[in-house]
Design a protein around this ligand. Structure first.
Ligand SMILES: [Zn+2]
Ligand SMILES: [Zn+2]
Length: 384
């Protein structure tokens, strides 16, 4: 549905597009100073207080000159949304519309937009970067000085996200998706880009041995990205046998259940005493960070992606005396085209990672189930 269908001014809707086919009805009304008879609204899933989501009618966001308005067709629930839902992260201060992993169709474009038009199937970055600061100009948009994240409200800013029928986003963060890629699968381009970015931070070499700590969404996507990047051996570590089973199906060559086997001992014996060339930490708690450093080989690389706890005690002497490269990895910077191509070609598969697809109306129930850590539930995609 485009914006003109939401306005109840039939005469204008008929005449303006005939006279000015390239100008949207809403824009033409603004030019002529005609106010819509009623404010256009959309249905959104609003976090109105911690642990409570409700469907509300909210105004359709204004499409600024450099923005496109997207009719959201799929938006996946991220682990960070679940930590925002219960207030534990402090990054989703109510009221807020969450959601930063999404795909949909362009319905309206601002006057300065040149690369997109209504009808385009798209996805977009979760990071809204300025495009002009020193980091953006160096291509490190994830480090933008004015970085904002879609669907996040913290002390510094508030930006409504994509658990809604429409979202307005700057053109510079939008990417076209191929026709063969469904909206549900395309909603996972964002976490795929996060996984690809983490792997690219590691600068691995052909036939390297990698350890992935945590077989959640990012871990399972990283396993596939590591395999595509040429790893010879990929050891997946988790506490959950079902997730380790998925890891094996998606390319892990070995699995370690750390509830029964200490991670470092298991990796040491699997690698003949040497340790892993690359370790990717996708949990973010003290135990797994410590285990990650302990199972890297001398001179190896540890990429830290998980960050559910703000600080952990750090095995300083292990890092110093074994000359480890310990790297942080945040969101993505320029990996969207690669992520879209890998998904479209099926070289990174998300069928097994998406546990369920639901309606926006059922959002609260899905958040409760994810928050309760229901066994077997990994990624849930909501379709507004
Ligand atoms: Zn996310
Ligand atoms: Zn910037």
């Amino acid at each position: 549905m485009n914006s003109s269908a939401l306005l109840r001014v039939p005469l204008g809707n008929i005449i303006f597009p005939i006279l000015f086919p390239s100008v949207t009805t809403r824009k033409m009304k603004q030019l002529l100073g005609i106010q819509p008879q009623e404010e256009m609204t959309l249905r959104a899933l609003v976090l109105d207080k911690y642990k409570h989501l409700a469907i509300q009618e909210v105004p359709v966001p204004a499409c600024r000159p450099d923005e496109v308005l997207v009719r959201v067709r799929a938006c996946a629930i991220c682990g960070s949304d679940v930590h925002g839902y219960d207030g534990s992260s402090g990054r989703r201060i109510p009221p807020i519309v969450m959601g930063h992993e999404a795909a949909g169709e362009v319905t309206e474009t601002g006057e300065a937009v040149s690369c997109f038009q209504p009808g385009d199937r798209v996805t977009f970055d979760s990071t809204i970067y300025c495009g002009t600061c020193v980091f953006c100009r160096a291509g490190r948009v994830n480090l933008c000085d004015d970085r904002r994240v879609l669907g996040v409200s913290c002390e510094d800013y508030r930006r409504d996200g994509a658990f809604a029928e429409y979202v307005a986003v700057p053109e510079r963060i939008v990417y076209r998706i191929p026709d063969g890629l469904s909206f549900e699968h395309a909603s996972l381009v964002e976490p795929v880009a996060v996984a690809v970015h983490a792997v690219s931070r590691a600068a691995l070499r052909l036939n390297d041995t990698a350890v992935v700590l945590g077989a959640g969404t990012i871990g399972l996507l990283a396993i596939q990205a590591l395999q595509r990047a040429g790893c010879g051996r990929i050891i997946a570590v988790d506490l959950d046998d079902a997730r380790l089973g998925l890891a094996e199906q998606l390319g892990a060559t070995d699995t370690v259940n750390s509830a029964h086997n200490p991670t470092a001992d298991a990796v040491t014996s699997l690698t003949g005493g040497k340790g892993a060339d690359i370790v990717l930490e996708a949990v973010g708690i003290e135990e797994t960070v410590g285990a990650g450093l302990a199972c890297a080989r001398k001179g190896g690389t540890v990429v830290l992606v998980g960050n559910v706890t703000p600080s952990v005690s750090f095995p300083l002497q292990t890092a110093v005396t074994r000359e480890l490269n310990v790297l942080g990895s945040c969101a993505s910077s320029g990996e969207y085209p690669v992520a879209i191509a890998l998904l479209a070609r099926g070289e990174i598969a998300v069928e097994l990672i998406i546990s369920a697809t639901g309606q926006l109306e059922d959002g609260h129930a899905w958040f409760e189930r994810l928050h309760a850590r229901e066994p077997g539930l990994l990624k849930v995609v909501l379709c507004p």
